[in-house]
Design a binder for this molecule. Sequence first.
Ligand code: ADP
Ligand code: ASP
Ligand code: MG
Length: 413
Amino acid sequence: MALVVQKYGGTSVGDPDRIRNVARRVVETVKQGHRVAVVVSAMSGETDRLVGLAHDLGGEVPEPRELDVILSTGEQVTIALLAMAIGRLGQPARSFTGAQMGMRTDTAHNRARIESVDTRILRETLERGHVAVLAGFQGTDDDGNITTLGRGGSDTSAVAVAAALGADVCEIYTDVEGVFTSDPRMVPTARKLERVSYDEMIEMASLGAKVLQIRSVRFAMRYGVKLHVRSSFTDTTGTWVVPEEQVMEQLVVSGVTYNRNEAKIRVRGVRDVPGIAARVFSPLAQEGVVVDMIIQNLSQDGATDLTFTVPRDAFKRALEVTRTTCGELGAADVDGDPNVAKVSIVGLGMKDHAGVATRMFQVLADEGINIQLISTSEIKVSVVIEEKYTELAVRALHDEFVDAGAGEPVAES
Ligand code: ADP
Ligand code: ASP
Ligand code: MG
């Protein structure tokens, strides 16, 4: 008998038929002799609808605490519907909100971090032979305020529950058959990976592959949770996210990802003296703006240019803050471009292969795509380009590194 945590995303519980389909899958797993805790998302489109409602009120940005109260209702609906559907198949099931199950978080509304999971109720429920149906994406802080974990957060809820219960596996059921070499909705030739390492998956998730929330993968890696990403519509084996040593074929490039939520800001003619970067970036950090790539040009006549990227939804605020700071610093000019995207290649095999970045640049050059910023790490290369070229760039890179067989296993002998 195994203890299985299953997570079903929004599309998988998108309508009553799909909820019944999930219920059948859960009951099948129980019939195979396993104990099952199920984490669910809100029905597809529901979280967006709720965010929209809060904005429709007009005026200011919704108060984060109240927004969380609204957002948590999406998952509350699905847990009850799924518990009913499971019950109607003759299998007892009970639903629990984040508060009821003891999902404790910090107080950072809309992006809270999980601090602990109280497993008492969960264990009691499972020991009674019942299925525990749990609301993803939500918890409560020490004062009982409802919190949510940020978009895609149900993945992280599921991994946290699996870690806390010491589950044998955490199955992430979604609307594609696993983790692909690129977004299968953009790249028709993308293929499913049998295994992907935690490190690669963390990079892919942080660079735009939204199939898993990045924090869920970090969590899984830290607690050694076995993650299996698979489809809720088929029985096909999906993708296992595993430690690096268990990845059989180390592909040079296992993923081509993109992120359109990017914007670029450029500060020109700022004095090139110690402390300037700290002065430019501290006010942004204080405003909660996460700066991603940063490039500083060679200085000329004691002045230099700084270019950096921020999430597009923080662009306006970041530009205002930077203009104020740079006014104080006497910089020549600050401008920005919200229409950029980041395209990246990720792969463990890059560690042993020189020239991968150069090949990437050549592919983009051949397509006439100008590279605005570059950043590299041991297992990834990212470039910022004009947004309108995103699809072209992703397909061309996939063609070069995956389709053309350049992604063959790299072996030392
Ligand atoms: P869920 O609602 O089940 O959480 P998401 O929409 O969050 O599902 O994530 C699944 C989606 O992620 C897929 O429909 C796919 O378009 C997208 N995606 C992006 N990159 C990848 C990738 N490399 N592999 C698989 N899916 C990807
Ligand atoms: N419902 C939330 C969202 O749409 C959480 C999730 O689905 O993982 O982001
Ligand atoms: Mg998701």
